[in-house]
Design a protein. Structure first.
Lengths: 389, 234
C-alpha cells in the first residue's frame, strides 16, 4: 500500500531524514515514534507530497508521489501537525470546500454527514472554526482527512490537545479505521502507540532505529540479562568502585560492568550485563559475601516501550550507525536516570563513550573526569535531547 | 481550481476585504468621475481612467496581500498542497478570485456611463477601450501582487512590498528619463505600464500593449507556481 525506499531529506547541511525504508500493508496501523526533531513530520510531509525528498522513492498504492502527485495524493487523507483549517469558515463550509478540493464523487450530503458523525462534530457543524476548542478543531482536521474515504490515512499526532475521553474516542476511531484503511500515525505518547498500532517504527535522528511490534522490539533490546545493583563497599569511597567492578568482571558470563552514580553516601550503583545463558545473580551475591560487601538493591531491567524508546533515542544514533549494523540492540544507557537528571546524563554519557569498547569501568571512571571537560560539548548536546523529550 | 476560487471569493466577503476594496474604489472613482467628467462638462471619460491608474495601483495590493501569505502563516497551505490538485489550479483559483473582485469594482464605470448618457452622449468605443485596458492592467498587477504574497508569511509586508513594486513600475518613466544611456532608457520605457495604459485613454487600442499586460500576468503567475514548487524542494 505504502512503500518507502531509501528516503532521504537534506536541508542544506542538515540531514533531516536519512535513508529510511519501510513498507505498510493494507489494514495495518503503523506508529511513528520518535523525539521532537527526529524526522517524523518531515517523513510524513514527504509521504503526502507536501515536501519532496532529496532522494529515494515513495509509492502510494503503486503510484510514485513525485511522478504522478495528483493520483498519489488522491489516495491519501492527511492530518498535519497543525490542522489546515480556515478559521473564518464554518465547519460545514470548510468540509464542503475540502470535498470540492478533493474532487469527491460520493454523494455530498450523505458523505459529509457520515464523516461528521464518525468524528463526532455533528453538533458544531454550523459554527465558525475560530470559535471551536482545540479538541474540536483537531476533530475537524481529522474529518477533513477522511473526506473522499482515502485508502491511506496519515495522521500527525492526532490526539494532541484532546482531553482523556476524547483521546480514547479518537484511538477507538483510528483502530476502527485501521480495519479498512492503511494508517500511519505519529506520536510521542507511548501508551497511545502501544494501544493503537500493530507495528511501530522508532525514528531517531532521521534513521529507523527500530521496526516491529512492541514485543519484537523489546525482545531485540532485552536479549541480554541486564540489571542494576547497589553495592556497599568496605571503604565507602570512590576506591570501592574499582574493586567492585573488577570483582564482578571476574565472574564468568559477564559481558559488561559499569559503575554508575553515587546513590547514597559512598555507595554506588553498578550496571551489569550478562549473556543470555548465565544467571549471575548468585555469583555476585557470593562475591559480595566473601568480600564483606552488602547488596542493597538488585533490579532487573524489564523494558517497557518507554524504556526502549528512551534507550534508542537517547543513544548517539549517528555514532551507532557507524559502529553497528543493527543499531537497535546495542545501547547501554541507563534511562530512568537519564531523564531524572541531566547532570547524570552528562556523566553517564561521557562514561559510555568509553565503555563502548568494553574496556574496564575503571578506565572509564578515570577518563570520566577528563571527558567531562573535553566532552562537555557532547554532553550539552545530550542535554538538549533530554530536554526535547 | 473551482473549489479554491469559491473559497477565496467567500473569504473576500467574510473577511471584509471585499467591502473595503469596493467602497474605496467606488468612492475614489466617483470623485474622479464627478471632478473629471461632470463638473468639467465633458463626456470624455479618458481623464477619469487616467486618474484611476493610481487607485488600481494602491488598491490591488489589498486584494492580493493575504492570498498566499496567510495560507503559509496558518499552515493551511498544507491542506492545499497535499490535496489532489496541481499548483496551477491553486494559483489560478486565487488569481481569478482577485480578478473577479477587480472586475466587479471596475464595472462601476458602466453606472457612470449610464449617468453620463442622461447628460450627454457617451462615446462607447472609448469607454469600452478604457474599460478593457484597465482590466488588462489589473490582470497584470494582480499577478504581481499574488507573486509577492507568495514570498512572505506577513500580509502587511506583502501589501507594502506590492505597493512599492507597483509604484516603481509607475515611476519607471521618470527614472528612464534620468538615465543617460539611450538604450537602457529605451528598454526601461518599454516596460512602462503607465505609458501603455495611457495610450488606451487616448483612444488607441494597442494589441501589443494588451499582449504586454497579459504576458506579465502569465509570467508572474508562473513565478508564483515556481515559488510554491520550490518551497517543496527547499
Amino acid at each position: 500500500m505504502i512503500e518507502v525506499r531509501n528516503l532521504t531529506k537534506r536541508y542544506g547541511d542538515k540531514q533531516a531524514v536519512n535513508d529510511i525504508s519501510f513498507k505498510v500493508e493494507k489494514g495495518e496501523i503503523l506508529g511513528f515514534l520518535g523525539p521532537n526533531g527526529a524526522g517524523k513530520s518531515t517523513t510524513m510531509n514527504m509521504l503526502t507530497g507536501y515536501i519532496s525528498s532529496t532522494s529515494g522513492q515513495i509509492l502510494i498504492n503503486g503510484t510514485d508521489i513525485l511522478e504522478d502527485p495528483i493520483k498519489a495524493k488522491s489516495n491519501i487523507g492527511y492530518l498535519p501537525e497543525i490542522p489546515p483549517l480556515y478559521m473564518d469558515m464554518t465547519v460545514d463550509a470548510y468540509l464542503s470546500f475540502m470535498y470540492d478540493l478533493k474532487k469527491c464523487k460520493l454523494p455530498r450530503k450523505a458523505h459529509l454527514k457520515d464523516v461528521c458523525d464518525l468524528c463526532k462534530i455533528t453538533a458544531v457543524r454550523g459554527r465558525i472554526i475560530r470559535n471551536l476548542s482545540k479538541g474540536y478543531r483537531q476533530r475537524v482536521g481529522l474529518a477533513q482527512a477522511l473526506i473522499n474515504n482515502p485508502p491511506v490515512l496519515i495522521l500527525d499526532e492526532p490526539t494532541v490537545g484532546l482531553d482523556p475521553n476524547q483521546i480514547i474516542e479518537i484511538r477507538t476511531l483510528i483502530k476502527k479505521l485501521g480495519k479498512s484503511h492503511t494508517v500511519i500515525l505519529s506520536s510521542h505518547i507511548l501508551p497511545e502507540i502501544q494501544a493503537v498500532c500493530d507495528r511501530i517504527i522508532i525514528i531517531n535522528k532521521g534513521v529507523v532505529a527500530a521496526d516491529g511490534t512492541a514485543d519484537e522490539i523489546a525482545r531485540n533490546i532485552t536479549n541480554e540479562h541486564k540489571m542494576t545493583l547497589r553495592i556497599e563497599g568496605s571503604t565507602h569511597t570512590a576506591a570501592d568502585k574499582q574493586e567492585i567492578v573488577d570483582a564482578i568482571k571476574s565472574i564468568g558470563g559477564i559481558k559488561y560492568v559499569r559503575a554508575d552514580m553515587e546513590r547514597e553516601r559512598g555507595i554506588y550503583d553498578y550496571d551489569v550485563e550478562a549473556d543470555e545463558k548465565t544467571d549471575v545473580r548468585r555469583a555476585i551475591n557470593d562475591i559480595c559475601r566473601q568480600k564483606g560487601w552488602n547488596i542493597l538493591m538488585l533490579q532487573l531491567s524489564n523494558l517497557t516501550l518507554e524504556d526502549i524508546f528512551l534507550k534508542i533515542t537517547m543513544g548517539d544514533g549517528v555514532e551507532q550507525k557507524k559502529t553497528e549494523a543493527s543499531p537497535k540492540i546495542e545501547l547501554s544507557v541507563k534511562d530512568g536516570e537519564l531523564i531524572a537528571s541531566t547532570g547524570e546524563a552528562k556523566e553517564q554519557k561521557a562514561a559510555e563513550a568509553d565503555t563502548k569498547t568494553e574496556t574496564s569501568a575503571s578506565k572509564s571512571e578515570t577518563n570520566n573526569k577528563n571527558k567531562k571537560k573535553s566532552g562537555s560539548k557532547k554532553g550539552s548536546e545530550k542535554d538538549n535531547k533530554g530536554g526535547e523529550l | 481550481m473551482g473549489a479554491i476560487y469559491r473559497r477565496e471569493m467567500h473569504a473576500f466577503f467574510i473577511s471584509g476585504v471585499a467591502y473595503v476594496f469596493l467602497t474605496v474604489f467606488f468612492l475614489l472613482s466617483g470623485i474622479f468621475f464627478y471632478n473629471g467628467v461632470i463638473t468639467s462638462g465633458t463626456s470624455d471619460t479618458s481623464p477619469m481612467f487616467g486618474s484611476m491608474f493610481m487607485i488600481v495601483l494602491f488598491l490591488i495590493p489589498i486584494l492580493t496581500m493575504k492570498l498566499l501569505s496567510e495560507e503559509k502563516k496558518n499552515r493551511t497551505d498544507q491542506g492545499l498542497l497535499t490535496a489532489p490538485v496541481g499548483l496551477w489550479s491553486i494559483v489560478l483559483g486565487k488569481y481569478f478570485a482577485a480578478l473577479t473582485l477587480f472586475i466587479i469594482a471596475e464595472s462601476i464605470v458602466f453606472v457612470y456611463a449610464i449617468i453620463l448618457s442622461y447628460l450627454g452622449s457617451v462615446v462607447w468605443t472609448t469607454l469600452l477601450g478604457n474599460y478593457f485596458a484597465m482590466l488588462f492592467l489589473g490582470a497584470a498587477f494582480i499577478a504581481v501582487g499574488l507573486f509577492i504574497s507568495s514570498l512572505t508569511e506577513n500580509q502587511m509586508a506583502a501589501a507594502i512590498a506590492s505597493m512599492l513594486a507597483l509604484f516603481m513600475l509607475y515611476l519607471i518613466d521618470n527614472i528612464a528619463q534620468t538615465v543617460s544611456n539611450e538604450y537602457i532608457s529605451k528598454a526601461m520605457l518599454s516596460l512602462s505600464f503607465y505609458t501603455k495604459f495611457i495610450e488606451f485613454t487616448r483612444g488607441v487600442f494597442s494589441l501589443s500593449s494588451v499582449l504586454f499586460f497579459l504576458s506579465t500576468a502569465f509570467l508572474f503567475n508562473f513565478l508564483t507556481v515556481r515559488v510554491l514548487d520550490k518551497r517543496r524542494w527547499g
